[in-house]
Design a protein around this ligand. Structure first.
Ligand SMILES: Nc1ncnc2c1ncn2[C@@H]1O[C@H](COP(=O)(O)OP(=O)(O)OP(=O)(O)O)[C@@H](O)[C@H]1O
Length: 282
């Protein structure tokens, strides 16, 4: 039996704008009935041009915003954000990593506080244990336990994104929504963070919804690719099928317009990094 971690059934999202003293109210339908499913341990990439609805979908999946219509299921449980049916367990099951590692970390909080905060808010974990888990997580994402007492500004972009990933993992989520997680980073750093995401996925059997406009990164990470166009799914297929033979004219156009030469360079960097790790491990 397949084990579906997140499922959308007919998700619609309207934004109502205007409506000031003389302004007319206007509704924008950002999502027009989206269906998708992601199995445990797999990665669904969501691609499409700016404005197609990717961030709107990310906000619905991470329980930040409600869908106007349709149903979201997390680990088989229907979620209704408007009617308070969201349990603490559901909230901790889904975490998000944003594009901008500079903006997503509070500059006034030390890394230790950033990481222990979710556990503190959840309750039930003594302070010493929170600290121990945060230090272990820092090491797991390639940082050091002594970084616990430093502030975010003391880290590079790649290191900050590692901190954001560590924070997202503190509550043992089943699902991570990765909203352009490497697009603000230098190419060589991108490869390292992508490697980390792959390793963590294998280790914790994580499910990813990966929002990206970068097809070379999508090709490296995704199992399944969903193409959005003006709030609709125009294609949803396995990574290999979509890259070898995109079916929908929009997908063909999108893929043709995007240089995928970078795929090989990312692969080369990733392979070099894996060889380096193996060498260091003896
Ligand atoms: N808060 C909002 N109020 C009104 N309209 C919005 C709001 N957020 C998004 N929209 C509109 O909904 C549509 C989808 O936007 P969304 O941000 O989800 O797209 P996107 O694919 O993530 O784009 P980008 O890649 O530029 O972030 C767009 O037409 C956008 O203008």
């Amino acid at each position: 039996m397949s084990d579906i971690v997140v499922e959308g059934r007919g998700l619609v999202r309207d934004y109502v704008t205007g409506g000031s003293l003389f302004g007319q109210k206007k509704a924008v339908r950002a999502l027009k009935g989206i269906d998708f499913k992601v199995e445990r341990g797999k990665t669904l990439a969501v691609v499409g041009e700016s404005g197609c609805g990717k961030s709107t979908l990310a906000r619905i999946i991470t329980l930040i915003d409600p869908a106007t219509e349709g149903q979201l299921l997390i680990e088989g449980q229907p979620v209704d954000i408007n009617h308070g049916s969201i349990t603490r367990k559901m909230r901790s099951a889904v975490q998000i990593v944003f594009q901008n590692p500079y903006g997503s970390l509070n500059p006034r909080q030390k890394v230790g506080q950033v990481l222990t905060e979710p556990l503190r808010l959840q309750g039930g974990v003594p302070e010493a244990e929170r600290r121990r888990r945060a230090m272990a997580m820092l090491e797991r994402v390639g940082l050091k336990a002594e970084h616990y007492n430093r502030f975010p500004h003391m880290f590079s972009g790649g290191q900050r994104q590692r901190i954001a990933i560590a924070r997202a993992l503190m509550l043992n989520p089943a699902l991570l929504v990765l909203d352009e997680p490497v697009s603000a980073l230098d190419l060589s750093v991108q490869a390292q963070v992508l490697n980390l995401l792959k390793d963590l996925q294998d280790e914790f059997n994580l499910t990813y919804v990966f929002i990206s406009h970068d097809l070379s990164v999508v090709r490296y990470l995704a199992d399944q690719v969903m193409v959005l166009w003006k709030g609709e799914v125009v294609e949803d297929a396995s990574r290999d099928a979509i890259f070898s033979a995109p079916q929908h004219p929009y997908t063909q156009k999108l893929f043709a317009a995007t240089p995928v030469a970078d795929v090989d360079s990312i692969r080369t960097r990733v392979a070099a990094r894996a060889a380096e790790r193996a060498r260091l491990a003896g």
